[in-house]
Design a protein around this ligand. Structure first.
Ligand SMILES: *Cc1c(COP(=O)(O)O)cnc(C)c1O
Length: 414
């Protein structure tokens, strides 16, 4: 993806537009696979919620990836993209028993993360093997927004509840075929991750019919220069060795599973937006683009720093800008950022826009969600049309509202 190609795409499909590079996705997938080449049975289940376009799912299908899904709709998307039900895992949180039953009926591996549903499901369907999501209570990262392993997290079954869990399994006669954790979105420190893994191994010993151990995700990718990136190669070496030892002691060759989202697609995506207005105030120069948190909410929601490049004037003199949107709300993408000189009409390129960007887009301000383009073998393919006014209105129902004329006479005193 070079600037020239991106400018051409912005010209052809107009702005704002998301652009993804299949080569980067493939490289990241293979990097992860190679890091765990010492494990005989490795399963990478791409986390659909990061970027759920059906053409992207099809790309993962060609890589022989599985899918990690969190809603029945994501499961349906995966099936439509051609995935076999057996290569999909359903890892929801707080969904109804009915939804879990419906997904299980499709032949998808289900993963249950609370004791209430586990007991109900096991009682009704003792013959369907389930995976359980464990909360090892290990904080990865340190930002409570994205650490889901801590004591008050809503995710997973606490390791302190294993005795109760075992009783449910025994009473219902159900089979636990997998054990899972997903500690959060940032593995900064491999030792913390390995520590959580030890807890998972320890817990796994309680279950005699395991087929797989799923270590979730949380691989960090750099957003700005100087950011720490998870050392996948080192993690692969250490965890693979530990996993193989566990399998020897367990007496069965299990599958090691991961379900990465961000690691696979974040860096593969950029978001292109056009500068509508350059506005100088007493203290700040604002560059206002034809977008806002309706298209890219991560900077406002998580404080994520997406690098911004002015691809229309890459060699220009650098100046400080606050890049904001056109939404009637504070929608700051970047504060006081050094960017090469911006003129109205320039195209700004937001990096790391592959994961949790389009999938979090909305119609706020009755704006259209952007188009999506996938570059594959050097060629740009439109994989989602920009919405139209028809999309905005299609589910709305206009009703007849008869408002009675106010009776003016009562307002006039006698
Ligand atoms: C969101 C999610 C993932 C993917 O997390 P990333 O940080 O994007 O890799 C994996 N597993 C589960 C259960 C998730 O909810």
């Amino acid at each position: 993806m070079n600037s020239e190609q991106l400018l051409h795409i912005a010209d052809l499909y107009e702005s704002p537009v998301y652009v993804y590079d299949s080569e980067k996705i493939i490289n990241q997938y293979n990097r992860l696979k190679n890091a765990f080449s010492n494990v005989n049975n490795l399963r990478l289940n791409y986390a659909v919620k990061a970027l759920s376009n059906i053409s992207v799912l099809k790309l993962f299908k060609t890589l022989n990836s599985g899918l990690d899904t969190v809603s029945i709709q994501e499961v349906q998307l995966g099936l439509k993209a051609g995935f076999e039900p057996e290569s999909i895992i359903f890892t929801p949180n707080g969904v109804s028993l009915e939804e879990i039953e419906a997904v299980a009926a499709l032949g998808v591996q289900i993963n249950i993360d609370n004791l209430s549903i586990l007991e109900q499901f096991g009682t009704k369907h003792p013959n369907i093997p389930v995976c359980i999501r464990i909360n090892p209570h290990v904080m990865a990262g340190g930002n409570t927004n994205i650490s889901v392993g801590h004591i008050d997290s809503k995710f997973g079954i606490s390791i302190h509840q294993i005795p109760l869990l075992l009783r449910i399994v025994e009473n219902t006669g159900m089979t636990i075929n997998g054990i899972h954790m997903h500690t959060g979105s940032d593995i900064l420190d491999i030792d913390v991750f390995l520590y959580a893994s030890e807890i998972l191994f320890e817990t796994a010993k309680n279950f005699k019919n395991l087929d797989f151990i799923d270590f979730g995700s949380g691989f960090k990718v750099p957003y700005k220069s100087g950011d720490i990136e998870t050392n996948i190669e080192e993690l692969g070496e250490k965890l693979s060795a530990r996993f193989n030892t566990f399998c020897e002691n367990y007496g069965k060759e299990l599958t090691l599973a991961f379900e990465p989202g961000k690691f696979l697609v974040s860096e593969a995506g950029v978001f292109l937006a056009k500068v509508n207005v350059v506005k100088q105030t007493t203290s700040t120069v604002f560059a206002q683009v034809d977008s806002g948190f309706n298209h890219l909410i991560r900077p406002m929601l998580y404080g994520s720093q997406h690098e911004i490049i002015n691809i229309s004037n890459p060699e220009g003199r650098e100046r400080f800008y606050s890049v904001v949107g056109y939404i009637c709300e504070t929608d700051t993408f970047a504060n006081n950022r050094r960017i090469s000189e911006i003129s109205e009409g320039d195209i700004l390129c937001f990096k790391n826009a592959g994961a949790y960007c389009f999938t979090m887009a909305s119609n706020y301000n009755s704006r259209y969600r952007p188009a999506e383009v996938l570059i594959h073998n050097g060629e740009a393919h439109l994989i989602r049309k920009r919405e139209t006014f028809e999309d905005i209105i299609k589910n709305q129902i206009e009703i007849e509202l008869n408002v009675e004329e106010p009776n003016v006479s009562v307002l006039i005193p006698d």
